[in-house]
Design a protein around this ligand. Structure first.
Ligand code: SF4
Length: 466
């Protein structure tokens, strides 16, 4: 059954890259062969956990040895406006006896204990390598527990060995489609109901966009899965339109919801002023197409005009300080174009951007924005990165935490823009925050001090002066 599911996920009609592959290539999935010395990245279980953990009121129970939960818990700053249950790490912590006798009873008892103590609206049970290999049937245990405790107990069958993080994201989406979405009805619906898919509310980014939508009277019926509640996702099939944010990690949810419930979707981004405006326009356009009053379009334009003017006014002070500054952008490739456009808006020059995980459309978009000579980096080793930075080919590097030490060693300012970041950069508000953080990093006095020769080196040099 799991194999069938994996093959189904590998055959994604919504993904252009996937459709250009031969049948044989498609069966192999999207993971690239690892090079010796390269980090493997997360496993499929890790990917599934990342995708679903932002559902805040659910108990996320990991069935496996304790290390699996230790590996995946708390590695992202997805914020919650309510329940804190998602911050508690639950694991069956199986041991040698479970391996010999099977861990299904142990799992059932753990589910019972969680329901007795916390009474969450649902329990998500994550499969991992060891119980999958000894043959624990989590689907059967979840079904029995659901019947016994009259509560949704959802199996997330994505053990680590089946593939990479990206596959896990999609298998998590499949679990939502199979067991959660469409299982409840909302109390009321409006012509202004939307879903946002693939937004995880990292550092509270969803909250930078939500007020804009609320101002237009647009209701987020469900965000999958940032700051989400179980019942919202169960009722999300009643939305009128959907936006798929940034990555294609959850494209299977967007596409299947369109097929099953006729919810049209588009792919957009909330990074940068123009992309935020475009996304708002597209949401309104889809809603009007689905029956919302046409005056929504006018109200959206008025909001965009007002917010853009406000953002540019606040950015004005930074523009002369940032104009012409060169940025090396290593984002992992997902929607690099979005960040590139945002940086160009304040006059910065992007000297290179990573495209490791970008799709063909993303690369085309980057060329459109940066020109045909765009320096797109497929894979850059830390050594090459260091060389580029120490030869002063860039004034600042924007990347994830993993490359920060390369920048620090090269004595070049660095700003975290990946999932571990502590600042939110979405919407108009986020753009102003991003520019402020870049400015702070660039003009931090530490850099000039750091680049000076150490006092002992200076003394030594003085000895040799004539
Ligand atoms: S690869 Fe397997 S054992 Fe390792 S963290 Fe992932 S699920 Fe756990």
């Amino acid at each position: 059954m799991l194999q069938n599911k994996i093959q189904e996920v590998f055959n994604e009609p919504g993904c252009a890259k996937n459709q250009t592959k031969s049948d044989k290539e498609r069966k192999k999935g999207c993971a690239k062969q690892l090079q010796p010395g390269a980090a493997a990245g997360g496993c499929a279980f890790d990917g599934a956990k990342i995708a679903l953990q932002p559902i805040t009121d659910v108990a996320h129970l990991v069935h496996g040895p304790i290390a699996c939960e230790g590996n995946s818990w708390d590695n992202r700053g997805a914020k919650s406006s309510g329940s804190r249950l998602y911050r508690t790490g639950f694991t069956t912590d199986i041991n040698e006896l479970d391996v010999v006798y099977g861990g299904e009873k142990h799992l059932f008892k753990s589910i019972k204990e969680i329901i007795d103590k916390y009474d969450p609206p649902a329990v998500f049970v994550y499969q991992t390598c060891v119980p999958a290999m000894i043959g624990d049937d989590i689907e059967a245990v979840c079904k029995a527990a659901s019947a016994k405790f009259a509560k949704p107990v959802i199996p997330i069958n994505a053990p680590g060995f089946v593939g990479a993080k990206n596959l896990g994201n999609k298998l998590a989406g499949e679990a939502l489609l199979d067991y959660v979405i469409g299982t409840e009805e909302p109390e009321s619906t409006t012509p202004y109901d939307i879903n946002i898919i693939g937004e995880y509310n990292l550092s509270g980014e969803l909250w930078q966009v939500k007020p804009l939508l609320e101002h237009l009277g647009i209701r987020i019926l469900a965000c999958i899965s940032g700051d989400a509640k179980y019942h919202e996702i169960a009722q999300s099939h009643r939305a009128r339109a959907a936006m798929m944010v940034c990555s294609k990690a959850m494209i299977n949810i967007a596409r299947k919801m369109e097929e099953r419930y006729q919810i049209p979707f588009f792919e957009g981004s909330f990074y940068g002023i123009s992309d935020t405006s475009e996304s708002l326009r597209e949401i309104s356009r889809l809603l009007v197409e689905r029956g919302a009053p046409a005056e929504l379009l006018e109200r959206t334009e008025a909001l965009i005009q007002r917010e853009e003017a406000r953002a540019w006014e606040r950015l004005a002070a930074y523009k002369p300080r940032l104009r012409g500054k060169r940025v090396l952008l290593i984002t992992g490739g997902v929607k690099s174009w979005s960040v590139v456009a945002a940086l160009q808006e304040v006059g910065m020059e992007v000297v290179g951007t990573s495209v490791k995980k970008s799709t063909a459309e993303d690369k085309e978009r980057i060329k459109e924005i940066m020109g045909q000579d765009a320096h797109m980096i497929d894979d850059m080793t830390p050594r090459e990165m260091y060389k580029m930075l120490s030869e002063a080919q860039a004034d600042i590097m924007l990347s994830g935490g993993r490359s920060q030490f390369v920048a620090l060693k090269a004595k070049v300012p660095w700003l975290d823009i990946n999932q571990e970041r502590h600042h939110a950069y979405a919407g108009y508000e986020g753009m102003v925050d991003l520019v402020r953080e870049i400015d702070k990093a660039l003009y931090n006095p530490i850099w000039s001090q750091l680049r000076k020769a150490a006092p002992w080196d200076a003394r030594e040099a003085a000895q040799w002066l004539p």
